[in-house]
Design a protein around this ligand. Structure first.
Ligand SMILES: [Mn+2]
Length: 287
């Protein structure tokens, strides 16, 4: 079905695009950067908005209720977009898996689906999925990565105690830290493994690419002949994936976008320079 871009005016420095994908908002947790997200939602108009999972963090809310006004505002803003003519499609993730049982239903104009196939303006078929189906065993190594970072010293001490115990039991020396370091190394390759697994599945399904979230790591590149796109998150990186009217895809880094927009609006050379410098750093970092 051909849809017209919503006629709602876009504020200065805003974006009018065909499609927007956002995920991993984690509403209901202190980590969610709701104000930045609100800023983004106010500055973007699109035909279709995909919510690619981990929108509301049901896991955290079950533990402790955290729901400030800004989080409410985000939900209201999303519903308002749906009312005003944007097609809003919600693909639940693991943190909002409670919504999966409502797949094929619609709430306040928001369509809930398990997964989706998006067709770009230039005819590419992209599988839209949160991506949690692919982490399986590796999640454990991810947890160990944090352990490796912060508790390395502790691990070494534990290692000593463990081995004096092992010695008393007549068992040979076994290096816990070495074991953990091996795990950490695997965690570093976690992102790569994840990307490869998701891309392969997209290809197996005969699609030209995939759009997912889950690992809080925005990315847009070709893997094994298919397009791998990850829209990032609104906890750490404040990123979204957009599709322009001609089908071109792009990652929007919202904090940098705002900085550039402000620099242009004020014609402030210092800000322009800062924006350019940050851009450089970011580009280097993403190599
Ligand atoms: Mn997730």
């Amino acid at each position: 079905m051909q849809r017209d871009l919503p006629s709602t005016p876009v504020p200065e420095g805003g974006l009018r695009v065909r499609t927007v994908w956002i995920s991993d908002l984690h509403l209901g947790t202190p980590g969610c950067q709701a104000q930045a997200l609100l800023g983004f939602l106010r500055h973007v108009e699109c035909e279709t908005l995909y919510l690619v999972g981990d929108i509301i963090d049901g896991w955290q809310l079950r533990r402790a209720w955290y729901w400030p006004q800004a989080h409410n505002d985000v939900v209201q803003k999303l519903l308002r977009k749906a009312r005003k003519g944007t097609r809003v499609i919600f693909v639940p993730g693991n943190h909002d898996e409670f919504a999966r049982r409502y797949a094929q239903h619609s709430f306040g104009g928001v369509e809930v689906v398990d997964e989706w196939i998006h067709v770009t303006a230039d005819g590419r078929r992209l599988w839209v999925t949160h991506g949690d189906l692919f982490d399986g065993v590796i999640q454990c190594a991810k947890w160990l990565a944090h352990l490796g970072d912060t508790l390395y010293g502790f691990t070494l001490r534990l290692n000593r105690h463990l081995n004096s115990l092992r010695a008393r039991l007549g068992l040979p020396y076994w290096s816990l830290s070495k074991y953990l370091k091996g795990k950490v190394k695997r965690a570093v390759s976690y992102v790569g493994d994840f990307e490869l697994a998701v891309a392969r599945e997209a290809r197996r399904r005969g699609l030209q690419g995939v759009v997912c979230g889950h690992i809080h790591h925005a990315e847009l590149r070709e893997i094994d002949g298919v397009l791998y796109a990850n829209d990032g998150d609104w906890v750490e990186s404040l990123t979204a994936l957009i599709e322009h009217a001609d089908g071109r895809l792009e990652i929007v880094d919202w904090s940098q976008h705002r900085l550039r927009a402000q620099a242009t609006a004020h014609r402030d050379p210092a800000l322009t320079e800062l924006a350019a410098a940050l851009r450089l750093v970011h580009d280097k970092g993403s190599e």
